[in-house]
Ligand binder design. Structure first.
Ligand SMILES: [Mn+2]
Length: 184
């Protein structure tokens, strides 16, 4: 089982934090870089993130287009697809990871409080809340949130998930250290 995935979300146009994510991606060389939405815009509810530069972010991401699997966030618009060279407008995607099926979606359509109908060998993956957590939901499925690359919820690290050897590892993008983990 040597497949590796990086799962990240909510870059919100920060070139500074996008570069941190891509430096980690360069080091890990994953099979896929999964992006769970909110790529280029900060959105009216958020402050401007450090290093906000949407044009640089789309150029940085386009350099990784062959590796990227992306879904749409609530801040992502049709015009973004005109500059991004990989599909970004799907509401969800499925990815097989070590015999489990990952249901990938941003979180504003289906999430922890209104999960899609999934079976026990599926995992619900979200961004959107900027809160890096995992828990087993009432319906028995594992819910995991990769947190935000650029605008983490107060007290949480700038983060992404690394899937490796059947585990989700939460990575602090400032230090590249693991701060949480769960076995699938
Ligand atoms: Mn969002």
């Amino acid at each position: 089982m040597d497949e590796k995935f990086i799962i990240a979300s909510d870059i919100h146009g920060s070139a500074f934090w996008c570069e941190k994510l891509l430096a980690f991606t360069e080091k890990v060389q994953p099979t896929k870089l999964v992006l769970l939405g909110d790529l280029l815009y900060h959105g009216p509810r958020n402050p401007l993130p450090v290093g906000h530069d949407a044009k640089t972010v789309f150029e940085l991401l386009n350099a990784w287009k062959e590796k990227i699997l992306a879904v749409r966030g609530n801040c992502d618009a049709e015009v973004d697809q005109m500059v991004l060279e990989f599909p970004v407008l799907a509401d969800y995607a499925l990815l097989n990871a070590g015999g489990k099926s990952l249901y990938l979606t941003h979180g504003h359509l289906t999430g922890e409080k209104n999960p899609p109908a999934l079976s026990k060998d599926e995992v619900l993956l979200n961004g959107h809340t900027h809160d890096p957590v995992h828990k087993v939901l009432e319906n028995g499925i594992l819910y995991a949130n990769c947190g935000s690359v650029a605008l983490p919820k107060a007290g949480t690290p700038h983060s992404c998930i690394l899937f490796e050897n059947g585990e989700f590892l939460w990575i602090d993008l400032e230090t590249q250290e693991i701060f949480d983990r769960v076995t699938l």
